[in-house]
Design a protein around this ligand. Structure first.
Ligand SMILES: NC(=O)c1ccc[n+]([C@@H]2O[C@H](COP(=O)([O-])OP(=O)(O)OC[C@H]3O[C@@H](n4cnc5c(N)ncnc54)[C@H](O)[C@@H]3O)[C@@H](O)[C@H]2O)c1
Length: 281
């Protein structure tokens, strides 16, 4: 049993992408779901791969929290509608929605295919649009709520992922528009822009061995703190934005990135150069 301080006690949360790509570490959706439950929320764990969300449920129940798994493809409107209904049926309402689904994809505007462009927008933006479309009326009917959209620093700085960056920037646009449109209904809408965190998804696309270690060190050294970040850092930011502690915060994008957006790249060069290059071959 863990300490439960109750910062979101009594609230009902829906977390999309609440599982995690298999592998060591924890994804941002899984961490958001566990931390929300730890602070007293009952959580609907939504994932395309329900066995991933079952792992999240097992952690939450082991810690003494309450959660249910809901299998859905959140690019589909009917699945999102059913997801919101499932939360209402199981727990009575929806107070918190964490739109966490996302997948990075490499490519410039020249080499990204139309299919890859559309897929990036479907996964990173359409899922949040559809989940919000059905959650907002439920929140409005009960006097308000909090929506947290998981964007990325890729929305704000170039890194060779044009479709992903554009879709994540779209999510920030959606955040401010929703914050405006639903503020008077008591609904706060904010985004989180995670930086170079290490999650199982990142590790699954990293080269193995010394190259992966090297990239992890570089990711840490690129930030002002020089320390590694992970899914938990995003999870605790989700809890804060979901909680009444953030009752007067809406329409913002909160960077969770060890300050990489606060510095010019040149200033970090000495730290990055000091990381030993991996053995080639
Ligand atoms: N890992 C990073 O460094 C990083 C950096 C910036 C932003 N982010 C963002 O954080 C979020 C999560 O990243 P992660 O590393 O935890 O990823 P992850 O792959 O571990 O978790 C995402 C989950 O979403 C699920 N999912 C995918 N498509 C779905 C769909 N259509 N319907 C329902 N579920 C679906 C997957 O099955 C998976 O369990 C993403 O939005 C990502 O873009 C991550």
């Amino acid at each position: 049993m863990v300490e439960r301080r109750g910062r979101v006690e009594g609230k009902v949360a829906v977390v999309t992408g609440a599982g995690s790509t298999p592998g060591p570490g924890i994804g941002t959706g899984k961490a958001s779901a566990v931390t929300l439950a730890r602070e007293g929320a009952r959580v609907l764990l939504v994932d395309l791969h329900p066995e991933r969300a079952e792992e999240t449920r097992a952690i939450i129940e082991w810690e003494g929290g309450q959660a249910q798994v809901f299998a859905a493809d959140c690019t589909r409107a009917d699945d999102c509608e059913a997801m919101v209904q499932a939360a209402v049926d199981a727990f009575g309402t929806v107070d918190v929605l964490v739109n966490n689904i996302g997948l990075a994809s490499l490519g410039t505007v020249v080499d990204v295919t139309e299919e890859a462009w559309d897929r990036a927008f479907a996964i990173n933006l359409r899922t949040a649009f559809l989940a919000s479309k059905y959650a907002v009326p439920v929140m409005a009917a009960s006097g308000g709520g909090s929506i947290v959209n998981i964007s990325s620093i890729s929305a704000l700085r170039g890194d060779g992922t044009v479709a992903y960056s554009a879709a994540k920037a779209g999510l920030i646009g959606m955040t401010v528009d929703m914050a405006y449109s639903h503020g008077r209904q008591g609904i706060r809408v904010n985004a989180i822009a995670p930086g170079h965190i290490t999650t199982p998804m990142v590790m699954s696309v990293s080269a193995p061995g010394s190259r992966a270690e090297y990239m992890n060190r570089m990711r840490s050294e690129a930030g002002l703190l020089g320390t590694p970040g992970d899914g938990w850092d995003v999870g605790w930011a989700s809890v804060f934005l979901a909680s009444d502690e953030a009752r007067w915060i809406t329409g913002v994008t909160l960077p969770v990135e060890s300050g990489v957006l606060a510095v010019t790249p040149l200033m970090m060069a000495p730290y990055l150069r000091a990381v030993p290059a991996p053995e080639e071959g």
